[in-house]
Write a protein that binds this ligand. Structure first.
Ligand code: URA
Length: 237
């Protein structure tokens, strides 16, 4: 890992701002490998440097990953003048660390949202070339049938000529309203809603259940979150 400025390393813990970190160094409260650094501009490797503040060892986790059960009514953005964002559901510490949501869920949608400060992993998961599966539970108006399933499997072309990759529609129940599981291998804007609207079955409710190897922890109520386990982190990478 590349060496980073000491104030940046201290701020990456979310406990101090960059200017507070500089002050800690000036006050001689920080040690690196047992020595008092001359300035906050010195650069160290987060993986090998042993940092202490007031004698307390700091854990410089390279990156952190959070699974959020996004509630309806929140925006998948870091900042938005128009409403409450998912970042506001996390403690300040994560916001300071530059957390952001990996991909988007519509404002009215619920379910699994991954948040992290790991730009490289986010890029890899969202890359169209990677085809990371996303699994959704949907409730729609109208009776889903075999023709809908076949249209999804064939790869639909939406209005404006937007071509979708083959997708899976597993019908759970069909009636005046129907329920289904949808698996997409891509993430175009409003894709599930647009595909189902094109079949004349508008979405009433949408919840993401999984993204790649990561599954929503059903013990999390909407609005609740937790950090990923090491096992989940490994699977994701
Ligand atoms: N498809 C949609 O239509 N909305 C989402 O939020 C996610 C997938």
């Amino acid at each position: 890992m590349a060496a980073e400025r000491l104030d940046k390393l201290l701020a990456s813990t979310g406990r101090w701002s960059r200017s507070e970190a500089k002050r800690l160094v000036r006050e001689g409260r920080v040690r690196v490998d047992g020595r008092v650094p001359a300035s906050a501009e010195e650069k160290y490797d987060a993986e090998t440097a042993a940092l202490t503040v007031d004698g307390e060892a700091l854990r410089l986790a390279a990156h952190t990953y959070v699974m959020l059960h996004k509630p309806a009514g929140t925006l998948s953005a870091t900042e938005d003048g128009r409403g409450r964002t998912v970042l506001e559901l996390l403690p300040e510490e994560y916001r300071r660390r530059g957390f952001f949501p990996v991909g988007r869920l519509d404002k009215d949608a619920e379910g699994l949202l991954l948040l992290t400060d790991d730009g490289a992993l986010a890029h890899a998961l969202l890359s169209p070339k990677r085809h990371v599966d996303k699994l959704y539970y949907v409730r729609v108006q109208g009776a889903l049938d075999e023709a809908d399933r076949a249209a999804f499997a064939a790869g639909m072309t939406l209005g404006g000529g937007l071509h979708c990759l083959p997708a899976e529609l597993r019908i759970l129940s069909a009636g005046a309203e129907s329920e289904a599981l949808v698996t997409l291998r891509e993430g175009k804007f409003h894709q599930v809603k647009r595909m189902l609207a094109a079949r004349g079955k508008p979405v009433l409710y949408l919840k993401r259940l999984a993204m790649g190897a990561l599954t929503l922890d059903e013990r999390l109520a909407p609005g609740e979150w937790r950090e990923l386990t090491k096992e989940e982190e490994k699977k994701l990478k």
